[in-house]
Design a protein around this ligand. Structure first.
Ligand code: ADP
Ligand code: MG
Length: 299
Protein backbone atom coordinates (compact mmCIF):
# COMPACT_ATOMS: atom_id res chain seq x y z
CA UNK A 1 0.00 0.00 0.00
CA UNK A 2 1.10 3.52 -0.55
CA UNK A 3 2.25 5.59 2.35
CA UNK A 4 1.73 9.28 2.11
CA UNK A 5 1.66 11.97 4.70
CA UNK A 6 1.03 15.65 4.75
CA UNK A 7 4.26 17.27 5.77
CA UNK A 8 4.34 19.97 8.34
CA UNK A 9 7.51 19.03 10.15
CA UNK A 10 10.70 17.21 9.27
CA UNK A 11 10.08 13.56 8.62
CA UNK A 12 11.76 10.90 10.66
CA UNK A 13 15.09 9.86 9.28
CA UNK A 14 16.26 6.36 8.68
CA UNK A 15 19.31 4.17 8.19
CA UNK A 16 22.83 5.39 8.49
CA UNK A 17 26.32 4.30 7.77
CA UNK A 18 29.41 6.43 7.69
CA UNK A 19 31.38 7.36 4.65
CA UNK A 20 31.51 10.29 2.25
CA UNK A 21 30.31 11.08 -1.35
CA UNK A 22 31.63 14.36 -3.21
CA UNK A 23 31.55 17.73 -5.20
CA UNK A 24 31.69 19.63 -8.56
CA UNK A 25 32.16 23.11 -10.01
CA UNK A 26 35.19 25.18 -9.22
CA UNK A 27 33.26 28.02 -7.62
CA UNK A 28 31.60 25.64 -5.18
CA UNK A 29 34.54 23.71 -3.98
CA UNK A 30 36.32 24.62 -0.83
CA UNK A 31 38.12 22.65 1.78
CA UNK A 32 36.06 20.76 4.33
CA UNK A 33 34.20 17.57 4.78
CA UNK A 34 31.36 16.05 6.65
CA UNK A 35 32.37 13.71 9.36
CA UNK A 36 29.51 11.31 8.77
CA UNK A 37 29.19 10.81 12.49
CA UNK A 38 26.01 8.79 12.23
CA UNK A 39 26.49 5.16 12.91
CA UNK A 40 24.21 2.20 12.96
CA UNK A 41 23.84 2.84 16.70
CA UNK A 42 22.56 6.42 16.35
CA UNK A 43 21.15 6.24 12.85
CA UNK A 44 18.30 8.62 13.58
CA UNK A 45 20.43 11.76 13.26
CA UNK A 46 19.78 13.35 9.86
CA UNK A 47 22.86 14.40 7.94
CA UNK A 48 20.90 17.15 6.16
CA UNK A 49 18.37 19.06 8.16
CA UNK A 50 16.33 21.98 6.86
CA UNK A 51 13.89 23.45 9.29
CA UNK A 52 11.17 25.97 8.39
CA UNK A 53 13.36 27.67 5.79
CA UNK A 54 12.01 30.55 3.71
CA UNK A 55 13.74 32.60 1.04
CA UNK A 56 12.78 35.64 -1.00
CA UNK A 57 14.83 37.50 -3.59
CA UNK A 58 14.80 41.26 -3.79
CA UNK A 59 15.62 43.25 -6.90
CA UNK A 60 15.96 46.98 -7.50
CA UNK A 61 12.82 47.78 -9.46
CA UNK A 62 10.64 44.73 -8.84
CA UNK A 63 8.73 43.54 -5.81
CA UNK A 64 10.56 40.77 -3.91
CA UNK A 65 10.01 37.23 -5.17
CA UNK A 66 9.15 34.76 -2.43
CA UNK A 67 10.86 31.64 -3.77
CA UNK A 68 10.09 29.17 -1.01
CA UNK A 69 8.38 29.26 2.32
CA UNK A 70 8.56 27.21 5.49
CA UNK A 71 10.35 24.23 3.97
CA UNK A 72 11.46 21.45 6.28
CA UNK A 73 13.38 18.38 5.28
CA UNK A 74 15.53 15.80 7.03
CA UNK A 75 17.66 13.33 5.12
CA UNK A 76 19.82 10.56 6.56
CA UNK A 77 22.78 8.72 5.16
CA UNK A 78 21.54 5.93 2.94
CA UNK A 79 18.49 7.84 1.72
CA UNK A 80 17.70 8.93 -1.82
CA UNK A 81 15.16 11.73 -1.59
CA UNK A 82 13.58 13.25 -4.68
CA UNK A 83 11.94 16.66 -4.82
CA UNK A 84 9.34 17.15 -7.52
CA UNK A 85 7.77 20.46 -8.37
CA UNK A 86 6.89 22.81 -11.18
CA UNK A 87 9.34 25.18 -12.76
CA UNK A 88 10.14 28.21 -10.61
CA UNK A 89 8.88 26.75 -7.33
CA UNK A 90 12.20 27.09 -5.51
CA UNK A 91 13.77 23.65 -6.04
CA UNK A 92 17.18 24.97 -7.06
CA UNK A 93 16.93 27.59 -4.33
CA UNK A 94 16.48 24.81 -1.78
CA UNK A 95 19.52 22.93 -3.10
CA UNK A 96 21.56 26.15 -3.13
CA UNK A 97 20.60 26.70 0.49
CA UNK A 98 21.59 23.17 1.49
CA UNK A 99 24.90 23.64 -0.36
CA UNK A 100 25.53 26.88 1.54
CA UNK A 101 25.59 29.03 -1.61
CA UNK A 102 22.79 31.13 -0.17
CA UNK A 103 21.29 31.45 3.29
CA UNK A 104 17.58 31.27 4.07
CA UNK A 105 15.90 34.47 5.34
CA UNK A 106 14.38 32.49 8.18
CA UNK A 107 14.74 28.93 9.41
CA UNK A 108 17.74 26.73 10.03
CA UNK A 109 19.88 24.48 7.89
CA UNK A 110 22.49 22.09 9.12
CA UNK A 111 24.80 19.45 7.83
CA UNK A 112 25.78 16.76 10.27
CA UNK A 113 23.68 18.45 12.97
CA UNK A 114 25.92 21.52 13.10
CA UNK A 115 23.91 24.69 12.47
CA UNK A 116 26.91 26.94 12.99
CA UNK A 117 29.27 25.23 10.55
CA UNK A 118 29.94 26.49 7.02
CA UNK A 119 28.17 24.32 4.47
CA UNK A 120 29.87 25.49 1.33
CA UNK A 121 32.21 22.91 -0.17
CA UNK A 122 30.96 20.15 2.12
CA UNK A 123 28.42 18.67 -0.27
CA UNK A 124 28.69 17.30 -3.78
CA UNK A 125 26.54 19.35 -6.12
CA UNK A 126 25.73 18.49 -9.69
CA UNK A 127 24.04 21.47 -11.24
CA UNK A 128 21.28 21.74 -13.81
CA UNK A 129 23.92 22.60 -16.39
CA UNK A 130 26.93 20.28 -16.40
CA UNK A 131 29.52 23.10 -16.10
CA UNK A 132 32.24 21.04 -17.80
CA UNK A 133 35.20 23.20 -18.72
CA UNK A 134 35.52 23.14 -22.53
CA UNK A 135 39.31 23.47 -22.51
CA UNK A 136 39.80 20.43 -20.28
CA UNK A 137 39.42 16.88 -21.53
CA UNK A 138 37.23 14.34 -19.74
CA UNK A 139 39.92 13.20 -17.32
CA UNK A 140 40.96 16.78 -16.54
CA UNK A 141 37.33 17.72 -15.93
CA UNK A 142 36.72 14.68 -13.76
CA UNK A 143 39.62 15.51 -11.43
CA UNK A 144 38.75 19.18 -11.00
CA UNK A 145 36.99 18.80 -7.66
CA UNK A 146 39.78 16.67 -6.24
CA UNK A 147 42.40 19.16 -7.42
CA UNK A 148 40.58 22.02 -5.76
CA UNK A 149 40.38 19.94 -2.60
CA UNK A 150 44.18 19.78 -2.68
CA UNK A 151 44.69 16.26 -4.00
CA UNK A 152 47.73 15.90 -6.26
CA UNK A 153 47.04 15.63 -9.99
CA UNK A 154 48.64 12.19 -10.07
CA UNK A 155 46.49 10.81 -7.26
CA UNK A 156 43.37 12.52 -8.61
CA UNK A 157 43.89 11.04 -12.07
CA UNK A 158 44.46 7.63 -10.60
CA UNK A 159 41.18 7.81 -8.65
CA UNK A 160 39.28 9.07 -11.69
CA UNK A 161 40.75 6.40 -13.94
CA UNK A 162 39.81 3.70 -11.45
CA UNK A 163 36.16 4.75 -11.59
CA UNK A 164 36.01 5.61 -15.29
CA UNK A 165 34.84 2.22 -16.50
CA UNK A 166 32.12 2.05 -13.85
CA UNK A 167 30.91 5.38 -15.20
CA UNK A 168 31.15 4.16 -18.80
CA UNK A 169 33.62 6.85 -19.83
CA UNK A 170 36.92 4.94 -19.92
CA UNK A 171 37.12 5.19 -23.73
CA UNK A 172 36.63 8.96 -23.63
CA UNK A 173 39.14 10.16 -21.08
CA UNK A 174 41.06 12.20 -23.67
CA UNK A 175 37.98 13.59 -25.41
CA UNK A 176 36.86 17.20 -25.00
CA UNK A 177 33.34 18.05 -23.77
CA UNK A 178 32.27 19.52 -27.12
CA UNK A 179 32.68 16.11 -28.75
CA UNK A 180 30.56 14.24 -26.19
CA UNK A 181 26.87 13.36 -26.25
CA UNK A 182 24.63 14.90 -23.60
CA UNK A 183 24.44 11.59 -21.73
CA UNK A 184 28.21 11.21 -21.70
CA UNK A 185 28.65 14.76 -20.42
CA UNK A 186 26.30 13.99 -17.53
CA UNK A 187 28.34 10.88 -16.65
CA UNK A 188 31.50 12.99 -16.53
CA UNK A 189 29.78 15.65 -14.44
CA UNK A 190 28.56 13.01 -12.01
CA UNK A 191 32.00 11.41 -11.74
CA UNK A 192 33.47 14.84 -11.01
CA UNK A 193 30.80 15.36 -8.39
CA UNK A 194 31.30 12.08 -6.55
CA UNK A 195 35.11 11.83 -6.65
CA UNK A 196 35.95 14.12 -3.70
CA UNK A 197 33.81 11.90 -1.48
CA UNK A 198 31.24 13.93 0.36
CA UNK A 199 28.42 12.38 2.37
CA UNK A 200 25.76 14.52 0.70
CA UNK A 201 25.07 14.55 -3.03
CA UNK A 202 22.74 17.13 -4.56
CA UNK A 203 21.50 16.53 -8.11
CA UNK A 204 19.59 19.33 -9.80
CA UNK A 205 17.56 17.93 -12.70
CA UNK A 206 20.54 15.87 -13.90
CA UNK A 207 18.72 14.38 -16.87
CA UNK A 208 16.61 17.34 -17.93
CA UNK A 209 18.36 18.05 -21.21
CA UNK A 210 18.44 14.46 -22.41
CA UNK A 211 16.24 12.61 -24.88
CA UNK A 212 13.84 10.04 -23.43
CA UNK A 213 15.93 6.98 -24.31
CA UNK A 214 19.18 8.35 -22.89
CA UNK A 215 17.30 9.59 -19.89
CA UNK A 216 15.86 6.15 -19.12
CA UNK A 217 19.28 4.58 -19.62
CA UNK A 218 20.96 7.06 -17.27
CA UNK A 219 18.27 6.67 -14.63
CA UNK A 220 18.99 2.93 -14.55
CA UNK A 221 22.69 3.59 -14.60
CA UNK A 222 22.54 6.11 -11.76
CA UNK A 223 20.60 3.68 -9.67
CA UNK A 224 23.31 1.04 -10.20
CA UNK A 225 26.38 3.25 -9.96
CA UNK A 226 25.54 5.11 -6.76
CA UNK A 227 26.25 3.28 -3.58
CA UNK A 228 23.35 4.72 -1.65
CA UNK A 229 24.45 3.38 1.72
CA UNK A 230 27.44 5.73 1.68
CA UNK A 231 25.64 8.99 1.17
CA UNK A 232 22.49 11.01 1.39
CA UNK A 233 21.26 11.98 -2.06
CA UNK A 234 18.77 14.73 -2.81
CA UNK A 235 17.65 14.97 -6.42
CA UNK A 236 15.37 17.53 -8.01
CA UNK A 237 13.24 16.65 -11.01
CA UNK A 238 9.91 17.54 -12.54
CA UNK A 239 9.41 13.99 -13.81
CA UNK A 240 7.27 11.86 -11.48
CA UNK A 241 8.29 8.55 -13.09
CA UNK A 242 11.95 9.44 -12.66
CA UNK A 243 11.24 10.28 -9.03
CA UNK A 244 9.62 6.90 -8.47
CA UNK A 245 12.33 4.98 -10.32
CA UNK A 246 15.05 6.46 -8.11
CA UNK A 247 13.66 7.70 -4.82
CA UNK A 248 13.20 6.17 -1.40
CA UNK A 249 11.06 9.18 -0.62
CA UNK A 250 9.47 11.78 -2.89
CA UNK A 251 8.51 15.26 -1.76
CA UNK A 252 6.10 17.32 -3.84
CA UNK A 253 6.54 21.09 -3.83
CA UNK A 254 3.80 23.59 -4.57
CA UNK A 255 4.15 26.37 -7.10
CA UNK A 256 5.94 29.50 -5.89
CA UNK A 257 6.36 30.19 -3.09
CA UNK A 258 7.42 26.56 -2.86
CA UNK A 259 6.12 24.60 0.06
CA UNK A 260 6.22 20.88 0.62
CA UNK A 261 2.73 19.60 -0.05
CA UNK A 262 3.18 15.89 0.21
CA UNK A 263 5.69 13.26 1.20
CA UNK A 264 5.55 9.79 -0.30
CA UNK A 265 7.52 6.79 0.94
CA UNK A 266 8.41 4.71 -2.12
CA UNK A 267 8.68 1.21 -0.73
CA UNK A 268 9.22 -0.43 -4.11
CA UNK A 269 11.97 -3.07 -4.02
CA UNK A 270 15.32 -2.40 -5.68
CA UNK A 271 16.59 -2.84 -8.27
CA UNK A 272 13.61 -1.33 -10.06
CA UNK A 273 13.42 -2.72 -13.58
CA UNK A 274 11.97 -0.76 -16.49
CA UNK A 275 8.66 -2.55 -16.25
CA UNK A 276 8.20 -1.41 -12.66
CA UNK A 277 6.17 1.37 -14.31
CA UNK A 278 3.45 -1.24 -14.85
CA UNK A 279 3.51 -2.37 -11.24
CA UNK A 280 0.23 -1.56 -9.56
CA UNK A 281 1.96 0.10 -6.64
CA UNK A 282 4.05 2.25 -9.00
CA UNK A 283 0.90 3.32 -10.85
CA UNK A 284 -0.77 4.15 -7.56
CA UNK A 285 2.24 6.21 -6.41
CA UNK A 286 2.36 8.02 -9.73
CA UNK A 287 -1.29 8.86 -9.44
CA UNK A 288 -0.79 10.25 -5.94
CA UNK A 289 2.10 12.44 -7.09
CA UNK A 290 0.19 13.68 -10.11
CA UNK A 291 -2.85 14.39 -7.96
CA UNK A 292 -0.71 16.41 -5.58
CA UNK A 293 0.74 18.32 -8.52
CA UNK A 294 -2.69 18.80 -10.09
CA UNK A 295 -3.71 22.37 -9.58
CA UNK A 296 -0.12 23.42 -9.00
CA UNK A 297 0.42 26.24 -11.44
CA UNK A 298 3.53 26.43 -13.61
CA UNK A 299 5.62 29.59 -13.46
P1 ADP B 1 13.16 26.03 -9.72
O1 ADP B 1 14.50 25.46 -9.55
O2 ADP B 1 12.09 25.32 -8.94
O3 ADP B 1 12.77 26.13 -11.17
P2 ADP B 1 14.36 28.41 -8.59
O4 ADP B 1 14.71 27.98 -7.23
O5 ADP B 1 15.45 28.48 -9.58
O6 ADP B 1 13.15 27.51 -9.15
O7 ADP B 1 13.67 29.84 -8.52
C1 ADP B 1 12.54 30.11 -7.71
C2 ADP B 1 12.15 31.55 -7.91
O8 ADP B 1 13.13 32.39 -7.35
C3 ADP B 1 12.02 31.94 -9.37
O9 ADP B 1 10.97 32.87 -9.51
C4 ADP B 1 13.35 32.60 -9.67
O10 ADP B 1 13.22 33.56 -10.68
C5 ADP B 1 13.66 33.26 -8.34
N1 ADP B 1 15.11 33.33 -8.12
C6 ADP B 1 15.95 32.29 -7.96
N2 ADP B 1 17.21 32.71 -7.75
C7 ADP B 1 17.16 34.07 -7.80
C8 ADP B 1 18.12 35.11 -7.65
N3 ADP B 1 19.40 34.81 -7.40
N4 ADP B 1 17.70 36.39 -7.76
C9 ADP B 1 16.42 36.68 -7.97
N5 ADP B 1 15.44 35.75 -8.12
C10 ADP B 1 15.80 34.47 -8.03
MG1 MG C 1 15.89 24.77 -10.97
Amino acid sequence: MSQTSEVSSPSPSRHASPNPGSDVAADLLREGSITGRQSSENGDIPIVSVSNASKSFASADMPPVQAMIDVSLDVSLGEFVVIVGPSGCGKSTLLNIIAGLIEPDTGNVSLDSDIEAERIGRVAYMHQIDLLLPWRNVLENAVLGLEIAGVSRREAESKATDLASKFGIDDFLNAYPATLSGGMRQRVALLRAVLPERSVLLLDEPFKALDAITRAELQRWLSDVLDRSNRATIMVTHDVEEALMLGDRVLVMSSRPGQILLELEVDLPRPRPNDVVRDQKFVEFKWQLLSALDGVTVA
